[in-house]
Design a binder for this molecule. Structure first.
Ligand code: DQA
Length: 146
């Protein structure tokens, strides 16, 4: 199985930004955790992080026909980006939306998610472990037999 993990704006600053919300661990720690899990499960995984909406759209388009699943934390673009929603709709790759924090119990504006309209599942408030839950969900539901 081939999975693409996309992280949106400011997630490169994990470990530095709002530690009381996002924790002490860095973006590299997150990647390492996911890589270790995928190695153990024999899943091929690639990572992409960008602070730019269009770059994320480009990466989703490039994933067409290449990846079997996408795990995306669109960060602030969750709440604003119709372009990311449309790109995910276009490529039709099963996508799990992840948020490190419990977005439903924060500011009102974080309760709206465009990506939720296309995601097969949304995982929020599990910290970094949410990415692993997302990959497990894709494995259990979208693993191809061949
Ligand atoms: C986030 C939640 C978003 O509201 C926020 O803009 C982020 C991170 C999360 O992982 O909890 O940057 O997606």
């Amino acid at each position: 199985m081939k999975i693409l993990v996309i992280n949106g704006p400011n997630l490169n600053l994990l470990g530095l930004r709002e530690k009381e919300i996002y924790g002490e661990d860095s973006y590299n720690d997150l990647i390492k955790m996911i890589q270790d899990y995928c190695e153990q499960e024999q899943i091929y995984v690639e990572f992409f992080q960008s602070n730019h909406e269009g770059a994320i759209v480009d990466e989703i388009q490039k994933a067409y026909g290449v990846f079997d699943g996408i795990v995306i934390n669109p960060a602030a673009y969750t709440h604003t980006s119709i372009a990311i929603l449309d790109a995910l709709k276009a490529v039709k790759i099963p996508t799990v939306e992840v948020h490190i924090s419990d977005v439903q119990n924060r500011e009102e504006f974080r309760k709206t998610s465009y990506v939720s309209l296309v995601a097969v599942k949304t995982i929020a408030g599990e910290g970094f472990a949410g990415y692993q839950s997302a990959i497990r969900f894709l494995q259990e539901n979208f693993q191809k037999n061949s």
